[in-house]
Design a binder for this molecule. Structure first.
Ligand SMILES: Cc1cc2nc3c(=O)[nH]c(=O)nc-3n(C[C@H](O)[C@H](O)[C@H](O)COP(=O)(O)OP(=O)(O)OC[C@H]3O[C@@H](n4cnc5c(N)ncnc54)[C@H](O)[C@@H]3O)c2cc1C
Length: 376
C-alpha cells in the first residue's frame, strides 16, 4: 500500500515542500531533510510569478490554492523595457494570470501546511546508496536513514542525482549580482517610479539591469554580466565590501543613464552572487525503481522564462499523485518521469535561448520583440 511507503525527500525548496504536502494530503507521511539550519538561515531570493498551468496547478493539487490567493500579488505583473539611456521602450502595467509571490512567503505557506517535524533542518545529505530494502541516506554528521523511495529535490548540485546520472551543470557564462533596495515607495520614489508595478529589463552591450518589485516595497535587482563565474569575489576581502563591489558594478555600466545606475547605487545592498548554471536541455537517465530527482536537480535551467520554480512545483505535485496512486506506483512514477523530461526539455531550451538573446549585442530589440509578441 502506498500509505505504508517510507519516503525520504532531500531538500526543502519549492519542489520538496510541495511534494511533502501533496503526499500528506493523500495520507502519506514523508520526511524532508534540509541542509539549511532553519527557515531563516538565508535570504530566499526574489519574487516568483506563478504560472496558471504549472505553479498554480501544483498549488491546487496541494490544496493550497485558496491560501495562495491571500499572498499572491496580482497587482505586480507589469513589464517594462528601457534602453541604457533610460528611455522607456515598452510599458505594460496590466493584471494578468501570473501573480507574483515572494519566494520566502511561498515557502512559509508550504511549511505551515505540513505536520510538525516533517522537515528536519540542518540535515545535509552527503550520499545516497542503494541497499537491500531500498535506499540509504548518509548525512554529513554521520547519521543514516533508510527509505523505500528517495526523491532528490536538492537543487542544482543534487547529491541524489549522482545515483542516477553522471551529468553536472555547466556555467552559462552569465553572472547575476543580486541586490536589494528596501522601502522604495517612501524612501526612494524615483526607483519606485522606474520599476513600476512589476519587472523591468534594461539591456544593452551584452549586459543587463533587471529589477522586480517584491512585497512590502522591496525591489530586487539583478545586474547581469558576461563574466567569469567568480567575478566580484575579491570585493569580499575589501575593507568596505559594498563600496568595492558597487565601484566594480558602476565601472561595468559606466555609460548608462543615472536613473538606471540608481539600481546599483548606495541604496542597494548586495545580497548574493548568482552564477547561472544549467543542465543540458534534454537531461534524462535510465529509470530506477525507488529513486528519482525533480525540479532543479533534474532540469536546472536559466531564469529566462521564469519556469524553474513553476516546473519544480508541478513535478512535485504530479510525482506525489503517482506515488499515491496505489500498488502500481513504480509504473506511475516511470510514466511521470517521461512526462517531466519532455516538458522540461522544451522549457530548458527556451530558457537558454532567452538568456543568449537577452545578453546579445541586440538583446534589447530581441526582448522587445518577445514582449510585443505576447501583447499580440
Ligand atoms: C536569479 C534567479 C531568478 C529566478 N527567478 C525565477 C522565477 O521568476 N520563476 C521561476 O519559476 N523560477 C525562477 N528561478 C528558478 C528557481 O529558483 C528554481 O527553479 C527553484 O528554486 C527550484 O526549486 P527546487 O525545489 O527544485 O530547488 P531549490 O530551490 O534549489 O531547493 C533545493 C533545496 O535543497 C537543499 N539542499 C541542497 N543540497 C542538499 C543536501 N545535500 N542535503 C539536504 N538539502 C539540500 C537546499 O538548501 C534547498 O533548500 C530563478 C532562479 C534564479 C537563480
Amino acid at each position: 500500500m502506498a500509505q505504508s511507503l517510507r519516503i525520504g525527500i532531500v531538500g526543502a525548496g519549492p519542489a520538496g515542500l510541495t511534494l511533502a504536502r501533496v503526499l500528506q494530503e493523500r495520507g502519506i507521511r514523508a520526511s524532508v531533510f534540509e541542509a539549511e539550519l532553519s527557515t531563516s538561515h538565508r535570504t530566499q531570493g526574489g519574487s516568483l510569478d506563478m504560472h496558471a498551468e504549472s505553479g498554480q496547478r501544483a498549488l491546487q493539487i496541494a490544496g493550497l490554492y485558496g491560501a495562495f490567493g491571500d499572498i499572491a500579488r496580482y497587482e505586480d505583473q507589469g513589464s517594462r523595457v528601457y534602453d541604457r539611456s533610460g528611455a522607456l521602450l515598452f510599458d505594460e502595467q496590466e493584471d494578468g494570470d501570473r501573480p507574483e509571490v515572494d519566494r520566502g512567503i511561498l515557502r512559509d505557506l508550504l511549511l505551515a501546511s505540513l505536520a510538525p517535524d516533517t522537515v528536519q533542518w540542518g540535515m545535509r545529505v552527503s550520499s545516497v546508496q542503494c541497499v537491500d530494502d531500498g535506499f540509504e541516506l548518509t548525512f554529513v554528521e554521520g547519521q543514516t536513514a533508510r527509505f523505500d523511495v528517495v526523491v532528490g529535490t536538492d537543487g542544482a548540485w543534487s547529491r541524489t542525482r549522482a545515483q542516477l546520472s553522471p551529468i553536472l551543470p555547466f556555467y552559462t557564462g552569465v553572472l547575476f549580482v543580486e541586490l536589494g533596495i528596501d522601502d522604495v515607495d517612501r524612501q526612494h520614489p524615483d526607483i519606485a517610479n522606474l520599476v513600476g508595478r512589476g519587472k523591468i529589463f534594461a539591456l544593452g552591450d551584452e549586459k543587463g539591469l533587471i529589477a522586480q518589485r517584491n512585497a512590502n516595497g522591496h525591489v530586487r535587482v539583478y545586474a547581469a554580466l558576461k563574466v567569469p563565474e567568480d567575478w566580484g569575489r575579491e570585493s569580499q576581502s575589501a575593507a568596505d565590501e559594498s563600496k568595492s563591489l558597487r565601484d566594480q558594478l558602476l565601472a561595468e555600466f559606466e555609460s548608462w543613464d543615472a536613473s538606471l545606475l540608481s539600481l546599483i547605487g548606495p541604496a542597494a545592498t548586495h545580497l548574493a552572487f548568482r552564477p547561472l548554471w544549467s543542465l543540458p536541455p534534454g537531461h534524462r537517465w535510465p529509470h530506477q525503481k525507488g529513486i528519482t530527482v525533480i525540479g532543479d536537480a533534474a532540469h536546472l535551467m536559466t531564469p529566462f522564462g521564469g519556469e524553474g520554480a513553476n516546473l519544480a512545483m508541478l513535478d512535485a505535485a504530479e510525482l506525489g499523485l503517482a506515488l499515491a496512486s496505489g500498488d502500481d506506483w513504480p509504473r506511475a512514477v516511470e510514466q511521470f518521469e517521461e512526462t517531466m523530461w519532455t516538458r522540461a526539455e522544451g522549457a530548458a531550451r527556451g530558457a537558454l535561448e532567452g538568456l543568449n538573446e537577452a545578453m546579445s549585442i541586440d538583446g534589447r530589440e530581441r526582448v522587445l520583440a518577445h514582449m510585443h509578441s505576447h501583447e499580440a
